[in-house]
Design a protein around this ligand. Sequence first.
Ligand code: HEC
Ligand code: HEC
Length: 206
Amino acid sequence: MNEALGSNITRTLPALILSCFCSLSTANSFNTYDATPWEICGLCHGIDGQSVMSKFPMLAGQKAVYIERQLRAFNSGLRMNDGGQMASISGEIQKDQYPVVAAYFSNKSPAFSPSAVESTVDQIEQGQQIYEGLGASGKSCASCHSDAEANAPWLDMQHFDYLVKQLSDFRTGRRSELKESTPHSVITNTQAEAIAHYASSRRIRP
Ligand code: HEC
Ligand code: HEC
């Protein structure tokens, strides 16, 4: 990591993280000069990609292609539903480090969310039906959110609140689709919650 990177982050990170990290006595006490890029990500997403707070998505075990693509999307302004945090951070690390951090988090083991909501059997079954059924596009969620499509993220073991927020952001247009043919904007809030109960409580990836 070079010095320019360290000093940039020292300027911009404190404001971003001050409100989230009570364990750091002050944000300035975190020495970013010696930090690896993934340690910077770890401040919000957890050093193993297993984030504690549901506003920060789990990255552990996520597809590397997907992580890298989202970094580029935040950086170029194609994805803007992050409250500005990723837009800023993605500019703080060198672009040649994107594949490095993507591989780092992708190689970590996924974990269930510590903020998991309680899901009833009915809610999970309802979510599974939607997830496996054929939607308006004639394709099931499961068919893309699988090994088949590197750009479609794993949804299992992701935070409940994060999943509901993403589907709401797709519906309202706050998060634009990077690929036009995806069917997210028609998913209602009730369906989104059912799907989030199913996905967040299940380990469905191979
Ligand atoms: C200051 C906190 C913060 C830091 C530091 C941070 N992120 Fe994020 N990250 C966020 C937030 C907030 C979101 C998106 C929330 C949303 O869409 O609602 C996010 C989203 C993401 C996503 C999208 C995940 C998905 O499932 O779509 C990826 C990938 C990501 N971050 C990677 C990284 C990487 C790699 C780093 C380090 C270079 C990093 N983040 C550093 C706060 C942070
Ligand atoms: C045609 C393939 C396809 C189908 C079918 C599909 N998705 Fe997706 N999904 C994607 C892709 C690709 C992305 C990444 C979008 C992006 O990069 O903007 C995505 C992103 C998402 C996200 C955001 C996850 C995150 O980590 O930020 C959620 C949630 C989601 N899809 C849920 C669903 C649900 C629920 C269904 C079924 C009702 C579904 N998807 C059907 C391809 C698909």
